[in-house]
Write a protein that binds this ligand. Structure first.
Ligand code: AMP
Length: 224
């Protein structure tokens, strides 16, 4: 049997990246975050990075064909033994269908979808306090999870920054995009028999992590 593929579904700021990082610290697991991969492509100035730039800064979705090409390439590189966490992908109906078409070619399926939920006001507050490391992508929050030294990444020492699309004027638009284009994937996965595992994302990081572990163990028999 091939190693599991999990999807982390939920609005920006709900904690998918934090929980995905935590899961990816476990041996054999890798997190593929399309947002992180796109930011990396922008830093490196690749063609993909240049094409994605304007969409990202406006809080809009990057076209599906670019995203599907990127994910296919990364999944092919990883091989079947790697346990994969898809974070921030799929985000549209076309991406979900595209994923279901490409996984069988790689001998895989979506084994479970962790559905993170939290009220908009919690998300807006979390995003406003979020600071990112431009080098290693570690996330902090000035209110809930500050770095050991103000403004500096505790992992690699780089200067932290506030992502342009995390600023208040873009955040509400990103939440609207999520509700319109990504939330309907809940119905898609209900209809396509992947295990849907609800996670209450407004709780603290450790409580959310406990929910993630319990859900994976109880629903999928995965010990993490
Ligand atoms: P994230 O870090 O997941 O919040 O993503 C940041 C931005 O990257 C999004 O607002 C989109 O512009 C773009 N992006 C990331 N993942 C996707 C995706 N699966 N489909 C389309 N755009 C994406």
């Amino acid at each position: 049997m091939s190693a599991p593929v999990l999807v982390l579904l939920g609005p920006p700021g709900v904690g998918k990246g934090t929980q995905g990082d935590r899961l990816a610290e476990k041996p054999g697991w890798v997190r593929l975050g399309t947002g992180d991969l796109l930011r990396e492509a922008r830093r490196e100035g690749t063609e993909l990075g240049r094409k994605a730039e304007a969409y990202m800064d406006e809080g809009k979705l990057v076209p599906d064909d670019l995203i599907l090409g990127l994910v296919r390439e990364k999944l092919e590189e990883l091989g079947q033994e790697t346990r994969v966490i898809l974070d921030g992908f799929p985000r549209t109906d076309i991406q979900a269908r595209g994923l279901d078409e490409l996984l069988p070619d790689l001998g895989r399926t979506v084994d479970g979808v962790l559905l993170f939920e939290a009220p908009d006001e919690t998300l807006v507050k979390r995003i406003a306090g979020r600071r990112s490391c431009p080098e290693c992508e570690t996330l902090y929050n000035v209110y809930f999870d500050p770095p050991p030294e103000e403004g500096k990444c505790g992992r690699c020492g780089a200067e932290l920054f506030h992502r342009k699309d995390d600023r208040p004027d873009t955040v509400q638009g990103r939440l609207d995009v999520y509700r319109e284009q990504t939330e309907p994937l809940v119905r898609y996965y209900e209809a396509h028999s992947a295990e849907l595992l609800p996670i209450a994302g407004e709780q603290g990081m450790d409580e959310v992590w406990d929910q993630v572990r319990t859900s994976l163990r109880d629903a999928l028999g995965l010990e993490v």
